[in-house]
Design a protein around this ligand. Structure first.
Ligand SMILES: *Cc1c(COP(=O)(O)O)cnc(C)c1O
Length: 250
């Protein structure tokens, strides 16, 4: 019997994207800001709900990176990461000179095992005298992790959770959108994800203040002066307006 190959999230365009892209180009909005960025962010925040804010970025990997920075992760720190995942969950930990400590999965969801998570936290405190700086569970293939149990442990131990829901845009746990439980939630709009705009990502943030800090890092840490003033190291991680036109349903 011939085996059928099931492709993972093959991109499918409808015929409206080309009109939106043409309109954006005709208006010279080929920038990392513009009306389509605003429209997409607005719709995105409405979809996520819970009063959360969404910072749209150039990639899901960039979202992981900035969330780690905002959690204060730096050189020599440890971050607990789900072991069964795509490399982008842990690469940004390494960018920062921090150390990913991998936590195995449970059989029910194939995602981070809450019991092993608790064991890992105790083990790291016993061995290093320090708490891990963040916890990254991953919604592998979009399947929700046991976020109620993970949040209970994280809150009790006072360690921030960065949900990597890059593969799980729209997945819910008890009716609530993944990425809106933790301190930050990572989403990806790469070509192989649930919805795509070619490449891009977003970080779900707790409030407008947190989003402002993320966008500041994503905009080369530029201070608000009429000239270029930079007092910290920043990144060029903003999403292009051209990409967003294909996602915003105006
Ligand atoms: C795709 C993916 C990312 C990174 O997203 P990009 O937009 O491709 O940078 C991060 N984590 C997981 C689990 C992913 O599958």
């Amino acid at each position: 019997m011939k085996q059928e190959r099931i492709l993972l999230c093959k991109p499918k365009m409808c015929d409206r994207e080309i009109d939106f892209i043409r309109a954006a180009l005709a208006d010279d909005w080929a920038t990392p800001l513009g009306p389509d960025c605003d429209a997409f962010e607005h719709e995105f925040e409405e979809f996520v709900g819970q009063g959360k804010k969404g910072a749209t970025l150039s990639a899901g990997t960039a979202a992981v990176h900035l969330a780690l920075i905002a959690c204060g992760v730096g050189s020599g720190d440890e971050v607990l990461v789900q072991s069964f995942t795509f490399c982008a969950s842990s690469h940004p930990v390494t960018y920062l000179g921090a150390i990913p400590v991998f936590v195995d999965s449970e059989k029910e969801t194939w995602n981070m095992d809450p019991e092993l998570l608790e064991e890992a936290i105790k083990d790291r405190i016993a061995k290093t005298g320090r708490k891990p700086k963040a916890i990254i569970p991953v919604a592998f293939y979009g399947m929700p992790y046991q976020i109620d149990r993970i949040m209970e442990i994280a809150n009790r131990c006072e360690i921030p959770v960065i949900e990597d829901a890059a593969e799980g845009f729209g997945s819910r746990f008890n009716g609530q959108i993944l990425g809106s439980f933790g301190k930050y939630g990572v989403l990806s709009f790469n070509g192989n994800k649930i919805i795509t705009i070619s490449g891009g990502g977003a970080l779900i943030c707790e409030d407008a203040e947190a989003k402002k800090q993320i966008m500041w890092y994503a905009t080369q840490a530029r201070e608000s002066y009429p000239y270029y003033q930079h007092e910290a190291v920043g990144y060029n991680y903003r999403m292009s307006n051209i990409w967003q036109v294909s996602a915003a349903d105006r």
